[in-house]
Design a protein around this ligand. Structure first.
Ligand SMILES: [Zn+2]
Length: 348
């Protein structure tokens, strides 16, 4: 009997629930609005309802390997306790894992959403393409998430809070971040940040391209800015230069610290790789000797072992949902295929 899993991507706007089978991929997905204004009880009720719907449909045909939720943080793991999450107002202290287990009457895994996306990219995206046992991923969306896989295992740290590279300080006097610090990577390398930087540029200087964009689309997005940059608009390109440089500075800290074979840039903003990547690499080469000595794109390096690669993600916006689906399956499926032990947050 094929096994299947149920994964949930809990977002501040949408709730996505999927049934997934390793051989068959997504069996079914349900998209619901996240009813934050109705309270967490309503949102967890919606989640449980969709999960039961999936179980009624697939449990007679396949064996259920488990249920996992990818949630925004801060989050204490493996307990699955939310700690004042900025995108889930009113959920401070919520025992997400326990509450959902009580509703469903069965075990649930809870994982940080960026970790879930990193796991998917590791197993089925760039990690698989380059056949590495370790990688570090940054997911650049509304915020800047981070996940680290070390020798086949997601790195959780002592409280489940490892991999918060989005909160690395880039410029100490930069704008105030939701985490309480100033000038975090997230304040320059996220979809929210590039829109803010474009507006600041419009206010500070004559920026005809940005002004025309804002007139045509008052609520313009990072994707709109990327389209404008691709027409060689100097101001849109300058925004992506600032973003790329900040990302390069942040990655230099990660490369110097971790010395891993692969760094992946994912999330919606990674689509603008063509316009920000040259600045990212300029900063990275300048600031990280570990990178210069191991750069996979350099013709010659003095080191004889592995090389360092920095690449855009291979998986699209479903990476987080896919990662949640992979969590319950990974012990059974992947452990045997790649002979590397994988611990999940639920079996600790
Ligand atoms: Zn921060």
């Amino acid at each position: 009997m094929n096994s299947y899993s149920i994964g949930i991507d809990l977002g501040g706007t949408n709730l996505r629930i999927a049934a997934y089978s390793a051989g068959l991929e997504f069996l079914h997905t349900i998209l619901l609005p996240t009813r934050l204004h109705d309270g967490w009880q309503a949102v967890l009720g919606d989640m449980a309802g969709a999960i039961r719907q999936m179980m009624e449909r697939y449990s007679p045909v396949y064996e259920l390997a488990g249920v996992a939720v990818g949630s925004p943080g801060p989050l204490e793991l493996p307990a699955g306790r939310l700690l004042n999450p900025p995108n889930l107002i009113g959920w401070d202290g919520l025992e997400l894992r326990t509450e959902l287990e009580n509703l469903l009457g069965q075990p649930v895994m809870v994982e940080n959403d960026a970790n879930a996306a990193t796991l998917a990219e590791f197993q089925l995206g760039q990690g698989k393409i380059y056949d590495v046992d370790s990688l570090c991923m940054l997911t650049l969306g509304t915020g800047a998430g981070n996940g680290i896989v070390l020798e086949g295992k997601l790195l959780h740290g002592m409280n489940g809070m490892a991999g918060e590279g989005g909160q690395i300080t880039i410029y100490p006097d930069g704008p105030l971040c939701g985490c309480g610090n100033h000038g975090c990577l997230e304040m320059y390398a996220s979809a929210t940040a590039v829109v803010r930087m474009a507006r600041e540029r419009m206010d500070a200087a004559n920026a005809p391209g940005l002004t025309a964009l804002a007139a045509a689309r008052p609520g313009f997005s990072a994707r709109d800015l990327h389209s404008l940059a691709r027409t060689n608009d100097a101001d849109a390109l300058a925004v992506f230069e600032e973003m790329g440089r900040a990302l390069g500075i942040g990655l230099a800290a990660l490369v110097n610290t971790l010395n891993l074979p692969l760094y992946v840039v994912g999330g919606g903003l990674a689509e603008a790789w063509d316009v920000f990547a040259p600045w990212l690499f300029e900063e990275l080469r300048h600031r990280s000797y570990v990178f210069r000595l191991t750069d996979a794109d350099a013709e010659q390096v003095p080191t004889t072992g592995g090389r360092t690669r920095v690449v855009p993600a291979a998986l699209g916006p479903d990476a987080g949902l896919l990662g949640a689906c992979l969590l319950p399956l990974q012990n059974a499926q992947w452990k045997s295929s790649r002979k590397i032990s994988v611990e999940t947050t639920s079996d600790q």
